[in-house]
Each structure stands twice: as structure tokens, then as C-alpha cells.
Design a protein around this ligand. Structure first.
Ligand code: HEC
Length: 195
């Protein structure tokens, strides 16, 4: 009867046996099946093709970063927006930001402490003059709105507004409120902004 499981004979030397015999430990010559070698060669071939196609030479623009840039540029073109150099993505235009900023200023509680028109009141300073307690650059203003100054009564808005919203309201303050000269403006506080 044929054996179901073939074992290499232990005593008689096999023809595919290597000649190494060390303390009775033998190394057999069992080559991998052809199909697995074919798969192996195919994966090497594919990796060469893939590497050259996507990363191979400068300017072929097939890698992910380039593809992303190309398609976001197409998107910007289709939607008539300028790409924002700082974020690498489509953003609101300035007019849209000013509208959004005005709505936030009116609806998110700023007017309670800075007045309906930003003129200031007993709590918060006038945001329509060009005198600043905490600096007058857009970064300063964004920082104030983001982190607030709780010890002086300015609420931090980082959990209540998105980065984009904070940027919009800061733009609204700097472009629309500053210089608007509303009635009953609170006396200037801080230092005048020198450009
Ligand atoms: C609870 C009251 C309160 C609310 C609400 C509030 N602020 Fe203020 N804010 C203040 C006070 C008080 C200061 C002055 C802090 C100081 O003494 O430096 C201030 C300062 C600021 C400053 C800096 C002014 C400067 O002279 O440096 C900006 C900008 C500002 N607030 C924007 C906003 C915006 C935008 C909102 C709404 C999203 C808002 N604030 C909501 C009370 C408030």
C-alpha cells in the first residue's frame, strides 16, 4: 500500500539531499514551487514599475502630493477661489469672511462686552479705535479671540469658534470696526497701532 505521507528516508541518502551533515542534522534541498517563485518575481517586477511610474523621475507628477495639488488647483479654478498659501486648501474669499465675521460678532456674544458696533462698554474695550491693549496685528487679534484673557474678562473662544471663524471675525474687526467711529465710543485704551 502506498504511504499517504511521504517521509524522507532516514537511513538511505536522498538524491536531493545536500551534502551537509552535522551531528545527524541534514539539510534537504526542497526548492520552492514554481508558482511561488513566479509570484515573487512578479511582485519585484511590479514594484519596479510602480516605483518608476509614481516616484521615478522629477516632474512626472504622479505621486500623491502632486496629484492632490493638481486636483485642488482644478477645484479652485472651477470655484473661482484663490488658494490660501498658508493652508494649502480652498478658503473663503475676503468678502465672504467679512460677512461671516460680522455675523459672528453679532451672534456669538462679542457685543455684550464690546458693544453693538464694537464701541466698547464698561466691560470690554473699544474695538473701533486704533488703540490696543494686546497688540494690533491680525495674529495678536486672533490670539486674543482664541485664548482670551480670562483674568481680564475676555472669553477664550477656541472651543466655541473654528479657526476659520476666528480668522473671519478678526478680519471683520480690523477691516470694518477699526476706524468706523461709532457714537459713544469708549475712551481709547492701550497703545496706538503704528503701521
Ligand atoms: C465676557 C466679556 C467679553 C466677551 C463675550 C468678548 N470679549 Fe473681547 N474682550 C473683553 C475684555 C474685558 C477685553 C480686554 C482684555 C484686556 O484687558 O486686555 C477684551 C479684549 C478683546 C480684544 C483685544 C482688544 C485689545 O485692545 O487688545 C479683542 C480683539 C476682542 N476682545 C475680541 C472679541 C471678540 C471677537 C469677541 C466675540 C467672539 C469677544 N471679544 C467677546 C471682554 C469680552
Amino acid at each position: 500500500m502506498a504511504k499517504i505521507i511521504k517521509t524522507k528516508g532516514e537511513n538511505k541518502p536522498e538524491k536531493d539531499e545536500h551534502n551537509d551533515d552535522f551531528d545527524g542534522i541534514k539539510e534537504l534541498n526542497n526548492p520552492a514551487p514554481n508558482w511561488i517563485i513566479l509570484v515573487f518575481i512578479a511582485t519585484i517586477g511590479f514594484s519596479l514599475f510602480y516605483g518608476i511610474r509614481y516616484f521615478g523621475y522629477p516632474g512626472n507628477e504622479k505621486d500623491q502630493v502632486s496629484e492632490y495639488k493638481i486636483s485642488s488647483a482644478e477645484f479652485d479654478k472651477a470655484h473661482g477661489q484663490q488658494p490660501d498659501a498658508t493652508k494649502g486648501g480652498p478658503v473663503m474669499g475676503q468678502e465672504e469672511m467679512l460677512t461671516v465675521g460680522a455675523a459672528i460678532f453679532a451672534q456669538k456674544g462679542c457685543i455684550a462686552c464690546h458693544g453693538l458696533k464694537g464701541e466698547g462698554n464698561v466691560i470690554g474695550p473699544n474695538l473701533t479705535d486704533n488703540f490696543w491693549l494686546n497688540g494690533c496685528t491680525q495674529e495678536n487679534v486672533i490670539h486674543m479671540i482664541t485664548e482670551g484673557k480670562p483674568e481680564k474678562g475676555m472669553t477664550p473662544f477656541k472651543t466655541m469658534l473654528t479657526q476659520e471663524e476666528i480668522k473671519s471675525v478678526s478680519l471683520f474687526i480690523l477691516k470694518k470696526l477699526v476706524g468706523s467711529n461709532p457714537p459713544n465710543g469708549k475712551a481709547p485704551q492701550g497703545v496706538e497701532c503704528k503701521p
